[in-house]
Design a binder for this molecule. Structure first.
Ligand code: NDP
Length: 331
């Protein structure tokens, strides 16, 4: 029986890739111990790369992208999962090195799956997706580093994007004052509705300066941007606080960064990786999402889509044009 998938092919002569909804069959799927009937997937920054020219992430073509999905187990040779179980997958290079969630079926390793968190359905789980899961990991890391409400505003950069939107909503629900950095002033009301108390224009934080330190402002930061912005933010952190670095939407180098915030203010830079997180931490993060992310705020972030919308959405997310979270109904 054939089913729909977004398949990316590469022209060997020109090296150009193109993505189109195509019929494939179960025998086309890669090896794995669990076959999942995918219900929803989503669009992350990495998906934009894999729908397009690959960004060095995709090993072989034809390729089915989709770095995360939620659905129902159809077949399993692993004792941990049986037909009918609801599951979610993020990370493990699925959608990059292994075929991913932009198809009505996916076959993966049982080790990569997590049971659907109690209290969330498959659509809500993908509204959260890798972006929201990463936002939760960042909040947990800041909490482990001593962050508590009442110490001053927590800064969220790239706030109107996927990671940022979920981070703003969860932090606000947990009682934090949230300062949201955006380059899109038109998203100000959206960010305030999610719980931001202060909107910081992107331009305020993009000039590279030689100052060793600036006035102490932030009690914590979730940074999706890096580049010049992270260089500035580090100098504005309060004494003994932490920045959780999750992304590089503004470029990989930390421009203008100096050692001064680390050695004079004891600031910490915490690296957050969602791809290789151990199983126990995944389960804990999903549990926290189910309890700490207000579902009405999640609904406000959702932009619905289908497989055929993906080529355009992949292009948009690379240009920083996607607001909140895209939920792809693959059926
Ligand atoms: P989105 O595109 O949804 O959000 C990124 C946001 O960053 C944009 O919406 C925009 O926010 C801001 N932005 C974009 N370009 C620039 C720029 N040139 N300068 C400053 N700000 C910019 O992506 P995601 O939220 O899904 O992912 C964010 C980052 O996190 C990406 O780099 C992604 O690769 C990374 N990531 C890392 C993970 C990990 O495991 N560590 C997991 C998931 C994502 P605004 O318009 O509000 O300014």
């Amino acid at each position: 029986m054939s089913f729909n998938a977004l398949v990316v092919t590469k022209d060997e002569d020109s090296g150009k890739t193109s993505a189109a909804v195509t019929q494939i069959s179960e025998s086309d799927l890669p090896q794995g111990d669990v076959t999942v009937a995918v219900e929803y997937s989503t669009v992350n920054y990495k998906d934009g790369l894999c729908i397009g020219p690959g960004g060095g992430l995709v090993r072989n073509y034809p390729h089915v992208p989709g770095i995360d999905f939620a659905g129902t187990v159809e077949e399993s040779s692993d004792a941990r999962y049986k037909p009918g179980d609801k599951v979610v997958l993020t990370g493990w290079r699925v959608g990059e090195a292994h075929w991913g969630g932009y198809a009505q079926k996916a076959r993966v390793k049982a080790d990569w799956l997590v049971p659907l968190p109690e209290g969330l359905d498959t659509r809500q789980t993908m509204a959260v997706g890798t972006a929201g899961f990463t936002a939760m990991l960042a909040i947990m890391a800041l909490e482990d580093g001593g962050l508590k409400p009442g110490a001053g505003p927590v800064l969220v950069t790239g706030a109107a994007g996927g990671v940022g939107s979920v981070a703003v909503s969860i932090l606000a629900k947990l009682g934090y004052e949230v300062a949201a950095v955006t380059g899109r002033p038109e998203t100000g009301d959206y960010l305030k509705d999610l719980g931001a108390t202060q909107i910081v224009p992107r331009e305020d934080l993009t000039e590279v300066t030689k100052k060793p330190l600036e006035a102490e402002q932030w009690s914590g930061c979730i940074d999706a941007v890096a580049g010049a912005m992270l260089g500035r933010v580090l100098k504005q952190m309060k004494y003994g606080t932490s920045v959780a670095a999750i992304g590089l939407a503004g470029g990989a180098p930390i421009e203008g960064a100096l050692i001064t915030p680390f050695i004079l203010r004891g600031v910490n830079l915490l690296g957050i990786d969602s791809v290789m997180q151990p199983y126990a931490r995944r389960v804990e993060a999903w549990k926290r999402i189910a309890s700490d992310l207000p579902m009405e705020k999640l609904e406000a972030m959702i932009q619905p889509a289908t497989l055929s919308d993906l080529p355009q959405l992949g292009h948009d997310i690379l240009k920083g044009k996607v607001k909140g979270r895209v939920v792809v109904d693959v059926n």
